[in-house]
Design a protein around this ligand. Sequence first.
Ligand code: 5AD
Ligand code: SF4
Length: 570
Amino acid sequence: MLPWARALRAAGLLRSAGAGAGAGAQRRAPRRERCGPGQRRWAAGPDLRHFLRAAGGEPPPGLELEPEPGPEPEPGPAPGSGRVYMETYGCQMNVNDTEIAWAILQKSGYTRTKRLDEADVILLVTCSIREKAEQTIWNRLRHLGALKARRQQQAGPPLRIGILGCMAERLKEKILHREKLVDIVAGPDAYRDLPRLLAVAESGQQAANVLLSLDETYADILPVQTSAGGTTAFVSIMRGCDNMCSYCIVPFTRGRERSRPIASILQEVRMLSDQGVKEVTLLGQNVNSFRDMSEMQFQSVAAPGLSRGFNTVYRAKPGGLRFAHLLDQVSRIDPEMRIRFTSPHPKDFPDEVLQLIQERHNICKQLHLPAQSGSTRVLEAMRRGYTREAYLELVHHVRDSIPGVSLSSDFIAGFCGETEEDHQQTVSLLQEVRYNVGFLFAYSMREKTRAFHRLQDDVPAEVKQRRLQELITVFREEAARANEAMVGQCQLVLVEGPSKRSALELCGRNDGNIKVVFPDAEVEDAAGNQAPARAQPGDYVLVKVTSASSQTLRGVPLHRTALSRAAACH
Ligand code: 5AD
Ligand code: SF4
């Protein structure tokens, strides 16, 4: 492309005829959007026509221009002056995205409010993974629509509504056209464009940017941490997914896999440590596929092997600094800070990662190993890249390498073609592995996925639900047994705050990420340096477990201690 044309495209003033801008398009620079002939313009500003007029020229053949602008709309309130109310739906990535989006808006002058009734802007950070998640957001939009209409009737300040994240990416056209009440739509890679989109919306127009990027990681945006008590924080290390599991919409809504440069991750973790944060969870759609290509000298490093018996739909990618290196560096920052990561793919667990987890006192002995099904036939249809046997071999290897490791998993009930026999295989996998934590879902067909195009969603809804209930029952029985094995043991608990049920109790998590509740009483300091005191959020307390259910451990506090000190005692 000619340099002038590249500059114009980067400025959002130009597009090639025929180049669509729908979900899934992979481009870098945010660009102005239109929804089709005769639609409103979404953004204001100079356009190519101004440029060509100034240069005395006509557009070159093959280039399509925006139509002549209509009369300028009435000026809205000054950009950047509004109060923003944000709501988050879906996974932890969305919690982190909310913080990134907010950091960007805060920088351009917006303030945040927790009160819906005083908001000038309402932003929903949305999820598309299952039909039910989207339905919840449609319902919420209708409620917000009524709120907006009431404001208008009462001649109150205008209310702008924005849809951010995966649903924005998937359903831009539908949201803008059918839900006229939505003012802005911003996909997961378009948050930097939010101030501009909001400025357009403030002038009374709809604005959208759903362009996916090959390299956006928001590396330089330090999210504003909002977790309760400031004890725990999430740090995004990579975005997107290349795995293309046949049921999953994520590669289409969040785009290609890309990793954030290690230097900026370490900087963020150091900053959190300085702020007193005691637990960091490294986040990504496939955290352990992390591959930082930003440093030249590591670009030709060979790809590490996959877990034994695993394969991928794409060729192993060489080069870059890998997850083991990142984990090593992050865990050295603060010996009093716990490190977790989610969500990994079971294919990327080389021995060096397992060894590191085993060796470092502050990397939690807790792994998420999403199995999805216990039937090799179904796993093949899901394109997961492993058999039941390979998965079980990995589980045994993980348990041998990290004694006492706590395991969690995701499962889908009623995937295309799943028979009763396949379902029983999943039941038996749950029994055989005995996970501590489980996330179980009924299959929900998503457009664009391989399953949508190639497979039949042939398990009736009531059968999916029945199978899901059976999986939940079996999972709970097994988790209760796994947790009961901890009764009588001492667990190191990072205190998060008061328990939800009783102000007389504190709640926190053990190393395995299981909730632990205990009385809020005065406890000794293990080192004997301080007088007995009640534990505070951010303290580590050794708790003797007295009872257990499938989800919670209960116990009595023994003493306050330090993470490094407690590790030395074991
Ligand atoms: N239907 C049901 N569950 C799904 N998941 C992903 N896509 C679907 C779908 N179409 C589940 C998987 C994944 C988790 C995040 O959500 O179990 O690991
Ligand atoms: Fe979806 Fe599979 Fe990627 Fe996970 S690994 S986000 S399930 S495509």
